[in-house]
Design a protein around this ligand. Structure first.
Ligand code: NAD
Length: 312
């Protein structure tokens, strides 16, 4: 039997650090190769192999995959929503070419499985805002959302046409304490905890009643691994699954934080990210993920807030 050997690309980002550590626990430290453009993240140091990699360099990526006998690739490198709006052509180029490089090498080398995350950003102002269904109008208006939607189509295409076993989730905004967020529209929900603890106040760049789908990182890591571990026969969606846990507004998270820090005060100064958030769903219907491979979230706003304050 072939032994699993995993490559994580973008391993030093908000998701990558925690996912790499979780995969190392499951598959053995030496069997999970972490890679990124950046210097190795402190939390990864000494936990397993690390390689400096620009995923845009297809030749180098190909050599790395062959040299390490890689059987599974997790591609997390991307330009996120808020950063993408500052340089749309760069975001398109990186988000698309990185995926095409990975999918094409996966096809050529018969890689067992590929993971690539999509996002709630695929939806746009014409999608239903509440309980946004898996299959609905998808007209993204940010370059990030456009690149994610195109990426979903490429994933399904490589699966149907070439049999590449690629799997994907439309992550909501992710909240974590181990590694900092990387320039997304939901970053406020991470910053607010640190500011509450250090300064007892926070100025939100989204308005008080902006509801967005959110998830605590332990749930996101578990969802990712459960999807990748699921029997291929259970995966009916080869573009990307809606994935959901909770939905809240800046006002609601502030109220929850006040239960832990009564003097905490929030103010609102919406900036360009407000327009991005306004085009995204308020909440998502992820019933297909629940039915197909048994997804079940564990953390709601209350439980997540308590855990964040325990750890930051
Ligand atoms: P992040 O920005 O924190 O991390 C991305 C990592 O990729 C960084 O460490 C960066 O150095 C690396 N990278 C960038 N360009 C690279 C290149 N050319 N070669 C190699 N590495 C490169 O992002 P994240 O939040 O960890 O997101 C990971 C994935 O999940 C992305 O595809 C993102 O779109 C998706 N996602 C994230 C969220 C969220 O809330 N964090 C929500 C939905 C989807």
């Amino acid at each position: 039997m072939k032994k699993d050997k995993i490559l994580v690309i973008g391993a030093c980002g908000q998701i990558g650090v925690e996912l790499t550590l979780a995969l190392r626990k499951m598959y053995g430290d030496a069997n999970v190769v972490a890679s990124d453009l950046r210097e190795e993240h402190d939390l990864l140091k000494g936990t397993g192999p690390y390689v400096s990699l620009d995923v845009m360099n297809k030749e180098m990526l190909h050599v790395l995959i062959i040299r390490h006998n890689i059987t599974q690739v997790y591609l997390l490198a991307a330009i996120l929503s808020a950063t993408g709006e500052k340089n749309p052509l760069l975001a398109w180029h990186i988000n698309m070419q990185s995926l095409l490089n990975v999918l094409d090498i996966a096809k050529e080398e018969n890689i067992d499985k590929v993971y690539w995350p999509s996002s709630i950003a695929v939806f746009g102002p014409n999608s239903p805002m509440q309980d946004t269904p898996q299959h609905t109008i998808i007209e993204p208006t940010t370059i990030y959302g456009i690149s994610k939607f195109a990426g979903e189509r490429w994933c399904e295409y490589y699966n149907h046409r070439y049999g590449v076993d690629v799997r994907s989730l439309r992550y909501p905004g992710l909240i974590s304490y181990k590694s900092a967020p990387g320039g997304g529209t939901t970053d406020y929900a991470v910053e607010i905890f640190h500011e509450a603890k250090e300064n007892k106040k926070y100025t939100s760049f989204l308005s008080e009643n902006t509801y967005l789908p959110m998830m605590y990182m332990p749930d996101a890591i578990r969802a990712t691994i459960e999807l990748m571990e699921a029997d291929a026969s259970k995966i009916s969606v080869r573009s990307a699954y809606n994935l959901s846990a909770m939905s809240f507004s800046p006002k609601e998270i502030a109220a929850e934080i006040k239960k832990h820090i009564p003097e905490f005060a929030i103010s609102y100064e919406p900036d360009y990210r407000q327009q991005i958030a306004d085009g995204w769903p308020n909440s998502m219907d992820d019933s297909l993920a629940r039915a197909d491979w048994g997804w079940k979230h564990e953390y709601d706003l209350e439980k997540m807030t308590a855990d964040m304050f325990k750890n930051i």
